[in-house]
Design a protein around this ligand. Sequence first.
Ligand SMILES: Cc1cc2nc3c(=O)[nH]c(=O)nc-3n(C[C@H](O)[C@H](O)[C@H](O)COP(=O)(O)OP(=O)(O)OC[C@H]3O[C@@H](n4cnc5c(N)ncnc54)[C@H](O)[C@@H]3O)c2cc1C
Length: 386
Amino acid sequence: MGFGLNEDQLMLQKNVRAFLEKEIAPLVNEYEEKYAPYPRDILVDLIKKLLPWDYCLGIVKKKDGGTEIPYVSNGVLQEELSRIWPSLAVSLGAGGGYLIGKLATEEQKKKYLPGMQSLDILGSFALTEPNVGSDLRGVETTAVLQGDHYVLNGQKAWVTGGNIAEVAIVFASEDRSKGVDGLGIFLVDRRESPFEATIIPKIGLRCAPSALMTFTDCKVPKANLVAGAGTGAMAKLTGELGFTRATVGIFSVGIAQASIEAGIKYAQQRIQFGRKIGKFQLIQNLIAESVVETEAARLLLYKAFSNLDEGKEATIEACGGKYFANEVALKAASNAMKVHGAWGLAEEYPVERYFRDARAMFPPEGNPEIQKMIVGGRVLGMSALV
Ligand SMILES: Cc1cc2nc3c(=O)[nH]c(=O)nc-3n(C[C@H](O)[C@H](O)[C@H](O)COP(=O)(O)OP(=O)(O)OC[C@H]3O[C@@H](n4cnc5c(N)ncnc54)[C@H](O)[C@@H]3O)c2cc1C
């Protein structure tokens, strides 16, 4: 039974960490202040720096132009990036065309994937709505077939990159009486099917653009239907949720790790009562708890990635790991702030951002309460959600 990364993955971790420290870390403070959220060109430049490391393309199948690295290796890349800059980690979904590769038809892939992989086209994923969060049965956005195109009406909320992406994967109801079974997936190309998009300012992950999209009689060619109502659109998506939830979980682990390191650095320097505060047992307690809980979250999530690599079930590890890591990261950031005293609140130290970013990591891919109920439903054999 192995609990660690193999030699290749350790090497990857070491090398990508050195690269991120040198090339990305120096940009974070300035960009978080100046570009919240990222303008399109700034995000594209940043993602281009990361492409040689298999960010984005690593999770795309080789047959679709990706490099198809193991999920565990991708987890290493994402943890390291989030340790440096969670906003950028969350925004990466706009590049590479992962969901198009997974969900779209062969023709759609041929048309869009090359542009998405060169970053000439950015993508977004639009499911949440102002009135629809965890309960997707009530999607209010409608799609009505009229001749050779669908007409979309409604709003999508919190869509990462929805304001800057050329292409959006949009879930809309073709038949609201059928709930989830009435949902279809549509590839909306903003250049030919225009819609409005505005920014939702938020507490953390400030550079990651969260958009409110409004579709008003938005005409989408029939050829852009990805999956129609009654063809299991949601089931197609559900198959990807283990991976995406574990990925948000590992983003939280990255933030927790950064918080621990900041707390240690400060505790080794700050002097009160004539000694370094790291010598005080209560300070050690704050750091020890964060170290142990972060390692536990990390192990759970890498088990999820390892299961996915082996084609095994990963629901409990991915959903459990996601909610556990969300909470561990918030506590680790809070502990690091306590270690910093008043300076933990100051913008000149990074821990106030870790705290904000850790909290903002709760909702993406489902809030912790929902993850707990998925785990509970799985072990009890009965769902609290239907
Ligand atoms: C940074 C960020 C990025 C995001 N990116 C995207 C994106 O790219 N695309 C996209 O479509 N969406 C995105 N989202 C939205 C996210 O997926 C939703 O916020 C989330 O799925 C849940 O919706 P909600 O937050 O509105 O919560 P709601 O469902 O309104 O829930 C509110 C509260 O009630 C709780 N709750 C709900 N139902 C139950 C229940 N049955 N039992 C107990 N408690 C319950 C929830 O846990 C939560 O605490 C993003 C959100 C954020 C913050």
